[in-house]
Ligand binder design. Structure first.
Ligand code: AMP
Length: 355
């Protein structure tokens, strides 16, 4: 794919992305860096993205996301000299096969999509990187503490449940199989439930500058686990005893961290980059996120990662306190992506940031 980009007219390169998730940020950032922009949009969302047409030079309109890999769509993206920026919804919308095989150069490491689709492979990668992670269990293992049971795919925390015993896990999962929510127990990951403060770190690995930057951090606001704590304790008795805390993200809240935590956070980001270089060469490119819980001993455990731009970066379209330290100008993750493409073009090394 990097070679196919070699046939591109670099003076007319476009930054393309699916109109969803963090696309406004990505398109805005691309414009700030002087690129043409392409929004791939489904017909029903067109009216909304037209409100931002000052950020968008070309629309590629689809009836369904699954049409992304159709020959005519791909040819149109190629004709526009497009570099496709995948975000958190990309694989979920177009499917894994299309996501990783599309014949359009991708900013980022396309090999990582398949690892990200497998919860077990993901945790294994974190462990190999030497990043502390929670204990994991398989269905049927003896459970001796509070655990969180996670369904596969980017379900945004929907259907997750908390449990303290093997029997409860098995009973609920049987129901999920009957309801068709999962096909088999093997798809489910069970993790020790970490008690502490959740913190999500936004990193950017620059193959051009060979450095890992911390571009920001956020806390996710999740219903109803966050909503429940608004209830005074004495009203809890009025709740339906069957009510489960759920973890569906509704928004993101900015976070700055104790400076004494930053060295470790950066170190974990660096370890992640090194491990992806070792096991998935050339390694991660551009934005990624480690999702963690920090406990009262200031121990950080990472329970999940994303190898793409996360929606929490939308808080910082105007830049974050951390991105300002590197760039002294408003630098969102979206703009940072475009800046990396620009630096790569200037140095004649575009192949380093595309796969
Ligand atoms: P995930 O789908 O892995 O991003 O998890 C969704 C949400 O569930 C997170 O944002 C956390 O609030 C919560 N969560 C996930 N894993 C854990 C864990 N091991 N311990 C505590 N909370 C967790």
């Amino acid at each position: 794919m990097a070679e196919s980009a070699a046939r591109y007219d670099l003076d007319r390169l476009s930054i393309a992305t699916l109109a969803s998730h963090s696309s406004l940020q990505i398109l805005h950032g691309a414009k700030m860096e002087g690129f043409r922009t392409v929004a791939v949009v489904t017909r029903d969302r067109m009216w909304f993205y037209e409100q931002f047409k000052h950020l968008i030079d070309y629309f590629v309109v689809l009836d369904s996301w699954r049409d992304l890999c159709r020959g005519d769509t791909v040819r149109r993206l190629q004709t526009l000299n497009s570099v496709l920026v995948p975000h958190g919804s990309y694989v979920e919308y177009v499917g894994l096969d299309c996501a990783e095989s599309i014949e359009v150069p991708i900013f980022g490491l396309r090999k990582l999509f398949r690892v990200e689709a497998d919860q077990w492979a993901k945790m294994e990668l974190l462990r190999r990187a030497g990043i502390p992670t929670p204990r994991v269990y398989r269905v049927g293992d003896d459970i001796d503490r509070l655990v969180i049971v996670k369904l596969p795919g980017a379900k945004g925390g929907r259907g997750y449940l908390l449990a303290r015993s093997r029997d409860r896990v098995v009973e609920r999962l049987r129901r999920y199989v009957e309801e068709g929510l999962i096909r088999s127990f093997d798809e489910v990951m069970i993790q020790e439930y970490l008690v502490g403060v959740t913190a999500y770190y936004h990193y950017f690995y620059s193959p051009i500058l060979d450095r890992v930057e911390i571009l920001g951090a956020d806390v996710r606001y999740e219903t109803n686990v966050d909503g429940l704590r608004r209830l005074p304790p004495n009203t809890a008795t009025y709740l339906d005893p069957e009510l489960e805390p759920s973890f569906v993200v509704v928004g993101n809240i900015p976070l700055v961290l104790r400076e004494s935590l930053l060295p470790r956070i950066l170190e974990y980001g660096m370890r992640f980059v090194e491990e992806t270089k070792r096991s998935l060469p050339p390694g991660v490119i551009g934005p990624f996120c480690l999702e963690s819980v920090i406990d009262d001993n200031m121990e950080i455990k990472v329970f999940e990662f994303s190898g793409r731009i996360v929606a929490g970066t939308n808080i910082y379209i105007y830049g974050s306190p951390y991105s300002y330290l590197y760039w002294s100008e408003p630098m969102s993750t979206g703009r940072r992506i475009a800046r990396e493409v620009r630096l790569a073009i200037e140095r004649g090394t575009l192949g380093k940031v595309l796969t």
